[in-house]
Design a protein around this ligand. Structure first.
Ligand SMILES: Cc1cc2nc3c(=O)[nH]c(=O)nc-3n(C[C@H](O)[C@H](O)[C@H](O)COP(=O)(O)OP(=O)(O)OC[C@H]3O[C@@H](n4cnc5c(N)ncnc54)[C@H](O)[C@@H]3O)c2cc1C
Length: 323
């Protein structure tokens, strides 16, 4: 409001103009003027959600199938590679691809879906231009552990797209020091098929981040006593924390005790939860480095063929690791 306009309005406050309501305004001009710092607004935008607009594809014979949202028409149905389930070579990205992590992660927002866009970019480059997915070559030794800790400290994609994106480390060979191909930012539900396309019987590890599934509402703002400082109970961590999963396709398939959407889900051959840290600092020797090293020491000499019992951390009791 300009100075001139304010003066003019002040003079009119006690006239009929003061009693009038401008279109779409709930307050009278007088009320608006006298409390202009708190109530002055010009337009109201009602943000009541959106539905997908299929008219964009007017000439397509079959409509793009939709799902999610209150009326089941919010997002296009897509594969884990962002491709329409009905229209090959039609891909969706941005908020439109949020069905992959709907009510789970940050893919409905720019800060999250930028990493999903990069994932699609890598997929398209691989599929149409035979350019390999970004990766590093490592041994199964110290450089592998260093890579994992470096990624835990610096990754943005795994952090923002928690529970959805993961790094995948494929153990290509165990000869000598071993060969590990370390791939960045893969959709975790797609990890097994991603590995199978490269090395069908290879063991692999994933690194991802997650919150406790029930970490919302009062738990976030209320009593902090449920956080713990015991690496043996790291799987009960609440705040965002790294999780490493080891899969051996030659080991017996076992299932998690908790269901996902009413279905049993296979559980990894072995699993490591890094103890939560509210400052995102994983450098405590006793709480973080030693447990991680002990876990990797189990995998280094030979494949694990017998799946761990769920949340078994008896291996943490071994004492050996050097500082
Ligand atoms: C108030 C508000 C605050 C937000 N704050 C944040 C934040 O702080 N951080 C964050 O990460 N995210 C935030 N978001 C979310 C973020 O803005 C959206 O997730 C993001 O803009 C979605 O990007 P998009 O490219 O997928 O879609 P859009 O930005 O919606 O782009 C879609 C484009 O397609 C065009 N279009 C639609 N239909 C047609 C058609 N038939 N033909 C041609 N063009 C068409 C539209 O005009 C539009 O330009 C916020 C959103 C809102 C509303």
């Amino acid at each position: 409001m300009t100075h001139h306009r304010i003066e003019k309005d002040a003079m009119r406050v006690n006239t009929d103009w003061g009693d009038e309501h401008e279109e779409n305004h709930s307050l009278s001009n007088r009320e608006r003027f006298l409390s202009r710092n708190r109530h002055c607004y010009d337009h109201i935008i009602r943000c009541t959600g959106f539905a997908f607009d299929n008219s964009l594809f007017g000439r397509l014979k079959d409509k793009v199938p939709l799902h999610h949202g209150r009326n089941g028409n919010k997002f296009p149905e897509i594969s884990l590679n962002f491709e329409s389930v009905r229209h090959p070579n039609m891909f969706f990205l941005g908020a439109n691809a949020h069905s992959l992590d709907y009510k789970i992660s940050s893919g409905g927002f720019l800060h999250g879906f930028r990493y999903m866009v990069r994932n699609l970019f890598n997929h398209l480059r691989e599929r149409y231009h035979k350019t390999s997915w970004p990766h590093a070559k490592l041994t199964l030794g110290e450089d592998f552990r260093e890579k994992l800790t470096y990624r835990m400290d610096t990754t943005s994609g795994l952090y923002q797209m928690f529970s959805i994106l993961c790094d995948v480390a494929v153990i290509q060979s165990r000869d000598g020091e071993g060969i590990v191909e370390y791939y960045y930012d893969i959709v975790e539900m797609n990890a097994e098929s991603f590995v199978q396309q490269r090395c069908s019987k290879c063991e692999f590890l994933t690194l991802s981040f997650q919150y406790a599934p029930d970490f919302h509402g009062d738990k976030v703002w209320g009593d902090r006593n449920y956080h713990n400082n015991d690496p043996a109970r790291a799987h009960t961590s609440q705040f965002i924390h790294p999780v490493i999963r080891y899969w051996n396709p030659k080991a017996q398939t076992v299932y998690s005790s908790s269901l996902r959407e009413g279905k049993s889900v296979p559980r990894p051959t072995a699993e490591f939860y890094m103890l939560e840290n509210l400052y995102f600092d994983w450098k405590s020797f006793e709480l973080h480095i030693r447990p991680l090293t002990l876990f990797l020491d189990r995998i280094r000499p030979a494949p694990l063929t017998k799946p761990d019992s769920e949340h078994d951390v008896s291996w943490l009791c071994r004492s050996n690791t050097k500082t």
